[in-house]
Design a protein around this ligand. Structure first.
Ligand code: FES
Ligand SMILES: [Fe+2]
Length: 389
């Protein structure tokens, strides 16, 4: 008798590709997908260095000279705005030895490398390299390695891959499927951040998981969710993108929480929309506000999550605004806290040698759609067989 590998364990061991079956026969991903440093390295190479990534709001670099220094999957990057209003993105690695030239966020006329004082313009072009002329070196025309960037609806996207598809191609499915996601007509009300001890994919999945809502969130919005046996009416789009529209009574019926109705919803009495963009964006619209989540892996079991809360200009300064915004943010934080317990436990659970990926519920359709694309992009067949051996 073998207690370590019981019959059920062998029978139900599932390959990575079991997520790609029809949902009635699909299984969740094996634990190593969420715990392995090798997988995390492959994700960096195949996903974060190749996909369009949303890294900031344009309003965060509104004035000429504004900049933000970021680390995206460990890569130091700067996004900035020059006097002509253009947004730039470039690597934050000095052309001399690689020291970061920009730190934090702020407004500047130039970046000065703290090591040997090479200077760069806000557009990343080299301005000065002290004493290099004396050394017979001509550094004219040099610039920090450029990163592709695009702006859309007030967001700044970057892409490290010169060969990646155009941004317009990437964003087209969302533009068509979620015309109500009008973040270009909103600005930041607040930006919340969370550091969670779990893999970034668990948060991406959780934000699309309708199955847990009435359980984990029974004390908040879960009580309004009456989900039956029917399939979720989600639009499943190419590249792992999905969108769903639904009646969000939890936000619409609470007289204390809502700000004024979003102007473009006009006569709608209840409306919510939500969805995901591969790899790490989750977006949401209620009656009165929009939200966007960005999930940044720090290690296989640590994620930095950012939640932007956006409102139309007309909502700012309405009666009791500050108190309502505090209340709203407390609500988002409460919901995130409810999720945190499950997510951090999930991370510990899948690390167990005894974890066997279970079957999906029909309410996990959207997260399955995201993961199907993930498995395709990662080309996991080889990795899966190596780990199964
Ligand atoms: S490393 Fe930047 S000037 Fe030397
Ligand atoms: Fe949740």
């Amino acid at each position: 008798m073998n207690a370590i590998e019981p019959k059920a364990h062998r029978l139900f061991r599932q390959p990575v590709t079991a997520i790609q079956n029809d949902i009635s026969e699909a299984h969740h991903l094996p634990g190593f997908i969420y715990t392995s440093p090798d997988v995390a390295r492959q994700e960096k190479e195949r996903i974060f260095m190749r996909e369009w990534l949303c890294v900031a709001r344009e309003e965060e670099i509104a004035r000429p000279g504004d900049y933000i220094a970021l680390r995206i999957a460990g890569e130091p990057v700067v996004v900035s705005r020059t006097a002509d209003g253009k947004v730039h993105a470039f690597m934050n690695v000095c052309l001399h030895r690689g020291v970061e030239v920009a730190y934090g966020a702020g407004n500047t006329e130039l970046f000065r490398c703290p090591y040997h004082s090479w200077t760069y313009g806000v557009d990343g072009k080299l301005i000065g390299a002290p004493r290099m002329k004396d050394a017979g070196r001509d550094m004219s025309g040099c610039e920090l390695p450029r990163v592709r960037s695009a702006t859309w609806q007030g967001w700044v996207f970057i892409n490290f891959d010169a060969a990646a598809p155009e941004f317009s191609e990437f964003i087209a499915p969302l533009e068509q499927a979620a015309p109500w996601y009008r973040t270009g007509e909103c600005r930041i009300a607040r930006k919340l951040t969370f550091d969670v001890a779990c893999n970034w994919k668990f948060i991406a999945e959780n934000l699309l998981d309708w199955y847990h809502a009435s359980v984990v969130h029974a004390g908040t919005f879960g009580k309004y969710y009456k989900l039956g046996p029917e399939a979720l009416p989600a639009k499943l789009l190419p590249q792992g993108v999905s969108v769903i529209e639904f009646d969000n009574r939890s936000r619409s019926l609470d007289p204390n929480l809502p700000f004024p109705k979003l102007p473009w919803l006009k006569d709608a009495s209840v409306f919510s929309g939500k969805g995901a963009i591969f790899p790490n964006i989750n977006f949401w619209s209620g009656m009165d506000s929009l939200r966007m989540w960005h999930l940044w892996p720090e290690s296989p079991d640590k994620t930095h999550a950012v939640c932007y809360i956006l409102l139309p200009e007309s909502s700012f300064g309405t009666e009791g605004f500050d108190a309502k915004l505090d209340q709203y943010c407390n609500y988002v934080e409460q919901v995130a806290l409810e999720d945190r317990g499950a997510l951090e436990s999930l991370q510990r659970g899948v690390a167990s040698a005894h974890f066997v990926p279970g079957p999906l519920s029909h309410l996990e359709l959207q997260l399955q759609h995201l993961l199907k694309h993930y498995v395709t992009v990662m080309d996991f067949d080889k990795a899966a067989s190596a780990h199964a051996a």
